[in-house]
Write a protein that binds this ligand. Structure first.
Ligand code: FES
Length: 345
């Protein structure tokens, strides 16, 4: 079958319909831009939340082996909307999220060309990248949301969370900051670390549901590795509010060499912020008198019980995210509405 030129009409079984313009690169991003509450989490093929069926029409798959689908699901014809691009009008089947799922309804993602303003080291393998958005682009987002960055010469995007807060948009020009870890052998982060100020990069966003919610309970942020970025954003968001809720910030690092990351919390209101730094593998060669081990276990040890008296936000490596979920949901019965995170790969 041959593809037909865009725009394409996408009909969702049971009613909703939207149009994908020529420049929409995936079914998911087209749906979200059209305000359709398509379910998703990672946007990059890892979580499986955006799965759907094609009932009619031509649909191309961008990443055949995306881990978001099992072999069995693939054989049954399941697809991932974040890894699919229509080749013409299509009819699809998907269970949409409830309408007006908060952020999405008011802030559809925008793809724009941003300019790298500055880069500075946070730890030996993490840098803060500060991108300037084009003039007139308000860059609205909610603390804790993420964006898709398109590293040069790479067809597929990488997801990174903003580390600043939207109130910084009052600054001129609008900037989005990201804390990015250079993954050993990682192609995407390797290309980003090759960028110098002045470089231009497409940035698409905001995305994500694990963002800051209004509330009155104290907030717990648990950050592992580059999960520092979104947790900084959430903490800054809470402390920028006029309310009295406090932030218990648990920062998991590997060794003393990474302790420079603690400086990122300088300037946050010490009366409402309590920082706990935990090293997973401290070096015997340097002094360390603080806690060691898994960062979520330190949270479990030190937070006042019951844990359900807090709202939880967390970001970090997949194993940490799983361990925190298990601790909160299974061991401490923290209600699901008090648990906020986005699954990346
Ligand atoms: Fe598509 Fe995660 S696999 S949103």
């Amino acid at each position: 079958p041959t593809t037909t030129p865009a725009p394409w009409r996408i009909q969702i079984e049971g009613g909703a319909e939207f149009t994908l313009a020529a420049d929409e690169d995936t079914l998911l991003r087209g749906a979200l831009r059209a305000g359709v509450p398509w379910p998703y989490e990672c946007s990059v093929g890892g979580c499986g939340a955006c799965r759907f069926d094609v009932l009619d029409g031509l649909m191309q798959t961008l990443w055949e082996a995306a881990p978001g689908l099992s072999e069995r699901e693939r054989k049954r014809g399941k697809r991932l909307a974040c890894q699919s691009r229509p080749g013409g009008d299509c009819r699809v089947k998907v269970r949409l999220d409830p309408p007006a799922a908060g952020a999405m309804a008011s802030r559809p993602p925008v793809r724009r060309m941003a300019t790298l303003l500055a880069r500075r080291p946070v730890t030996p393998d993490m840098d803060e990248f500060c991108f300037q958005l084009p003039e007139g682009d308000a860059g609205e987002f909610i603390a804790g949301q993420y964006a898709l960055l398109y590293p040069p010469e790479l067809g597929s995007p990488r997801a990174y969370s903003m580390a600043n807060v939207p109130s910084e948009r009052g600054s001129n020009p609008t900037v989005w900051r990201f804390v990015i870890r250079q993954v050993p052998g990682g192609v995407g982060s390797g290309l980003l670390f090759g960028l110098t100020p002045g470089a231009q990069l497409p940035i698409d966003g905001p995305y994500g549901h694990g963002h800051l919610q209004p509330g009155t309970r104290d907030v717990v942020c648990i950050a592992g590795g580059s999960g520092l970025g979104p947790m900084l954003s959430v903490a800054r968001g809470v402390l920028a509010e006029p309310g009295t809720r406090r932030v218990h910030f648990f920062l998991g690092l590997r060794t003393q060499a990474e302790l420079s990351a603690v400086k990122e919390l300088d300037g946050l209101d010490p009366a409402r912020l309590r920082l706990h730094t935990v090293l997973s593998s401290p070096s015997a060669e340097a002094p360390w008198v603080g806690p060691t081990g898994f960062v979520h276990e330190e949270a479990e040890r030190t937070l006042a019980q019951p844990l359900a008296a807090h709202d939880f936000y967390f970001a970090g490596p997949p194993r940490m995210v799983e361990a925190v979920q298990e601790m909160l949901m299974l061991r401490h019965r923290v209600p699901f509405e008090q648990i906020h995170f986005d699954r990346f790969i």
